[in-house]
Design a protein around this ligand. Structure first.
Ligand SMILES: [Zn+2]
Length: 105
């Protein structure tokens, strides 16, 4: 059995609610980026183009950055963060939980 969850327009991390925004041609310091966690704006920007699975991994990645910053002292490297995001994505898929990005406006 598979459960398809509508893509979230907001997520709450450590008590703060972040907007989840899809942005085409997302970039950071001149380089293409799949996701950006913007604490000062309470926003998570994700690259709008590409497969939904990658958006899910990118969302998990940015959420882990937020949890790390708020609760773990920001100690995780980007490589560890990415590994955890892929691991959580695989775990959710194993439970049959998918995020449907077609519903995100
Ligand atoms: Zn990162």
């Amino acid at each position: 059995m598979t459960i398809s969850i509508p893509a979230p327009k907001t997520v709450t991390i450590a008590g703060l609610t972040y907007d989840v925004r899809l942005t085409p041609h997302l970039a950071y310091e001149g380089h293409p980026a799949r996701g950006l966690w913007k604490q000062a704006e309470l926003a998570i920007d994700l690259e709008a183009r590409g497969p939904g699975q990658l958006k899910t991994v990118s969302l998990l990645h940015e959420v882990i950055h937020g949890i790390d910053a708020a609760m773990c002292g920001g100690q995780l490297s980007d490589e560890v963060t990415e590994g955890l995001a892929h691991g959580l994505h695989q775990f959710l898929n194993g439970l049959g939980i998918l995020i449907d990005w077609g519903t995100h406006e």
